[in-house]
Design a protein around this ligand. Structure first.
Ligand code: SAH
Length: 249
């Protein structure tokens, strides 16, 4: 009889294969089936030896069902961009498996997030307390998104904005920038598009500029809104952790 299978939910990082963890690389090489959205599959295709099953956007639930079924008797990887726990596939798999009480052996393999790869490209945009908000209202009602963004800004966190825009949602980006202006003012915003993969763009701008040029921001972009301590030093965005308050250089 065939041995029991296993499901890996694998974070593949921001794009550059050098940012794949050793464990992610190993499980991808060992998997008999690898499932994922075409964009992510394309990034790891060169290291997969098993059968690839690609699907499109909006087919996440079907993809998870298929992966869980295959994992009854095969080694299966379900790939997720960045880290699977951060706006990725991990919670969907956990919810599906635990709510139905399925007997599936699964493991989440962490990955380098967009936040972790983009912050150092700007300088060191995040160094201590920060809050992460996604502007996508596909799975979260917009009123909730807006409330969380406002509270995070009021709390003086560096606010990291995922899913800032898409062709369908430009008005949400504009509204978010108006909230930044209202609560925090026209403060520097670090912008990184396609961090650690081809098409990478890095710049520092301001909410007023984004409101006038929303086309500069797309769905492959992540934003870092300064807190009261963030400074621009030599063109880099740095949020000090407080060492300079405590020590002299
Ligand atoms: N699980 C992923 C996030 C997926 S949500 C992670 O851990 O990072 C998709 C959003 O992530 C995009 O809309 C964009 O805001 C951000 N993103 C993902 N990869 C990115 C990259 N390489 N550069 C900039 N932003 C990225």
């Amino acid at each position: 009889m065939r041995s029991r299978g296993r499901l890996y939910v694998v974070g593949i990082g921001p794009g550059n294969l050098e940012l794949l963890t050793l464990r992610a690389k190993r499980v991808l090489e060992e998997s008999e089936f690898v499932l994922g959205h075409k964009t992510y599959i394309d990034r790891i295709r060169s290291i997969v030896k098993g059968k690839i099953i690609e699907s499109g956007m909006g087919e996440e639930v079907e993809r998870v069902k298929k992966a869980v079924k295959l994992a009854e008797s095969h080694i299966v990887s379900l790939v997720s961009g960045g880290d699977p726990s951060i706006y990725g596939m991990a919670s969907l798999v956990a919810e599906y498996v635990y709510s139905l009480g399925l007997n599936v052996d699964f493991e989440v393999v962490p990955g380098v997030t967009a936040l972790c790869s983009a912050s150092p490209l700007l300088g060191c945009a995040v160094s201590g307390d920060h809050a992460v908000v996604s502007l996508s209202d596909l799975l979260t009602p917009w009123e909730v998104v807006e409330k969380r963004l406002r509270k995070a800004l009021e709390g003086d966190f560096v606010v990291v904005i995922y899913n800032p825009s898409s062709r369908r949602r430009v008005n949400k980006l504009l509204k978010a920038m108006e909230i930044v202006l209202e609560v925090r003012g026209n403060v520097p915003i670090g912008v990184v598009k396609n961090a650690s993969r081809s098409g990478e763009e890095i710049f520092i701008t301001y909410p007023r500029y984004i409101i006038e040029n929303p086309d500069k921001i797309d769905m492959h972009t992540i934003l870092f809104v300064s807190n009261s301590e963030t400074v621009i030093l030599d063109g880099k965005m740095i949020t000090p952790r407080g060492y300079s308050r405590r020590y002299r250089w």
